[in-house]
Design a binder for this molecule. Structure first.
Ligand SMILES: [Ca+2]
Length: 199
């Protein structure tokens, strides 16, 4: 029962979005073996326990299907078949872009409202580099080269301002990041900050 309660607590503390594929597989294997060993002992004595176990097993199987059987590396968050890394370390924009690429990912491109809903709360207390830059053409583009359609509602009031008095060189601010409250700001690309990769 202790082992079962542990699995149950893990399940209750998880969401479909957040539970990792690996964690789910592991929980399913443990649950299956618990069910089998208890099955012979309890079959006639406590049907309620068996019912609860069957329910938990079905729940895990549903969660597994909902995630599309996708996998993410440890430390990455699975969300709608994509994997996201919210870094702990800080890099400048180019280093962050290159690191994401080295992980077969991209500095995050925000494409859907659902993604905003996932990412905004995480960016509440920290700035994160995202895959937005205008350094090559003066037009804002995503790190994968696709154009960004300017929407001022995405940005903090008065941004992007291409501020030049930062003392970091002659160029203005060419790289985009998320600030607290989940709005964009342009900053000098040499700043070190956390970053979000998406694969
Ligand atoms: Ca700015």
């Amino acid at each position: 029962m202790a082992a079962l309660n542990e699995i149950k607590n893990e399940l209750e503390g998880s969401t479909v979005q957040a539970i990792s594929h690996h964690g789910m597989m592991f929980a399913m294997i443990r649950l299956s073996s618990s069910v089998e060993s208890l099955s012979s002992k309890l079959k006639s004595t406590d049907q309620r326990v068996m019912d609860a176990l069957s329910e938990m097993k079905a729940m895990l199987e549903t969660m597994y299907v909902l995630t599309g059987g996708s996998t993410c590396e440890p430390g990455w968050t699975l969300f709608r078949s994509k994997c996201y890394l919210f870094s702990d370390d800080k890099l400048n924009w180019h280093e962050a872009r290159d690191y994401c690429r080295s992980q077969n990912a991209s500095l995050v491109k925000l494409e859907t409202k659902d993604e905003w809903a996932l990412i905004r709360p995480r960016a509440a207390s920290n700035s994160y580099w995202i895959g937005l830059t205008d350094e090559d053409t003066g037009q804002w583009r995503w790190a994968d080269g696709t154009p960004y359609v300017m929407n001022k509602d995405d940005w903090e009031v008065g941004q992007p301002d291409d501020w030049k008095n930062h003392g970091l060189g002659e160029e203005g601010e060419d790289c985009g990041h998320l600030k607290a409250a989940g709005k964009f700001n342009d900053a000098h690309c040499s700043n070190s900050m956390k970053y979000i990769c998406k694969a």
